[in-house]
Design a protein around this ligand. Structure first.
Ligand SMILES: Cc1ncc(COP(=O)(O)O)c(C=O)c1O
Length: 337
């Protein structure tokens, strides 16, 4: 390694103490699946490549989704697949991208890909991107293409994180606002905002960053919505804040209401956050992950609180097909034997 390369590695490497190092590991071979869906069909993964001058690569204008499939009591099933694909199309509409497929096509593409790869569980990543063609920001008629990738993925914030909770930093990076960006869209380039916050948190030895909005209210984490528990009630920022309309957030709200837990969607600031009884994050990748520390403050008793545990257990029951009233959230499929 040259001196320059090693200095760069040191500069970027997360400090010991956090779990961030995992994200910097290259994708292990075991994660490489034989097939990827591209432009309407499953193709061998090594053939699923895109031109270097793709507009999306240069300017970040693309839209994507993150979806999980679980091997549960009803067999393999994708969780809330249609809602994710509908959000993909809403994101595309926000940035004037016309995806040349229907919601049904993309739903079937996801299922087909899991089957072709013989995957009973895993993460699905549909991405609509703008191809090469005309060059420059103003190119508006380049072909919109769609790919779906998949890979087996464990706990995004670690097994220990799901059980004991993670350590977080309230970021100095502010969550983008809706005057400049489209916080309700899952738009590729917008994730630079999240990545800046995440890298700074990892570098300081934390697992994850929590972003405030430009009014100083708590918005969300870098790829997760945020909940707190105060005197037995569940509180989360409302959708009028610049947050993603998370599908896990919605699932947890529905599960909490069905338990009779008081639920409030209201704004709160950092002082309410750090004095909460419990805090947890929700997201397709992160599932339901407790927060045990914020900026060095211990949250509650410093682990997974009782309300978090109850909702986390219920969430895992739902995704694994163990709750009769929630089976409509699953798209089951069968693998050829
Ligand atoms: C910025 C952001 N917030 C929240 C979430 C959680 O959304 P969901 O529960 O739909 O995965 C995600 C993940 O997609 C995200 O990227």
């Amino acid at each position: 390694m040259t001196a320059k390369a090693s200095a760069a590695t040191e500069f970027f490497a997360p400090r010991p103490g956090g779990q961030g190092a995992r994200d910097w590991d290259p994708v292990p071979d075991a994660h490489k699946v034989p097939f990827t869906w591209l432009d309407g069909a499953c193709v061998p993964t090594e053939q699923a490549v895109i031109p270097i001058m793709s507009y999306t690569l240069h300017y970040g204008l693309g839209v994507f989704e993150g979806i999980r499939a679980y091997d549960g009591d009803k067999g393999p099933a994708v969780f809330r697949l249609r809602e994710h694909i509908e959000r993909l199309f809403r994101s595309a509409r926000m940035v004037r991208m016309d995806i040349p497929y229907s919601v049904d096509d993309v739903v079937s593409g996801c299922v087909e890909l899991m089957k072709q790869n013989q995957l009973r569980a895993g993460y699905l990543r549909p991405i609509a991107f703008v191809d090469d063609g005309k060059r420059g920001l103003g190119a508006s008629n380049n072909r919109v293409r769609l790919a779906i990738a998949t890979w087996p993925w464990g706990r995004y914030l670690g097994d220990e994180g799901v059980q004991r909770g993670i350590r977080t930093q309230v970021s100095s990076t502010v969550r983008m606002n809706a005057r400049s960006f489209l916080p309700k869209g899952k738009i590729n380039g917008q994730y630079v905002n999240s990545i800046l916050a995440k890298r700074t948190a990892q570098h300081a030895g934390y697992d994850e960053a929590i972003l405030l909005d430009d009014g100083g209210f708590v918005a969300e984490a870098t790829g997760e919505n945020l909940f707190l528990v105060r005197k037995g009630a569940l509180v989360t920022p409302p959708l009028s804040q610049p947050i993603l309309e998370g599908i896990t957030r919605d699932s947890v709200l529905q599960l909490a209401r069905s338990f009779g837990i008081e639920v409030r969607e209201e704004r709160f600031s950092k002082e309410t956050l750090i004095s909460a009884d419990e805090v947890f994050l929700t997201g397709t990748a992160a599932e339901v992950t407790p927060v045990r520390e914020i900026d060095g403050y211990t949250v509650g008793a410093g682990g997974r609180g009782p309300v978090t545990e109850k909702l986390q257990t219920r969430y895992f029951d739902a995704v694994h097909g163990r709750i009769a009233e929630r089976l409509s959230w699953l798209t089951t499929y069968q693998l050829a034997s």
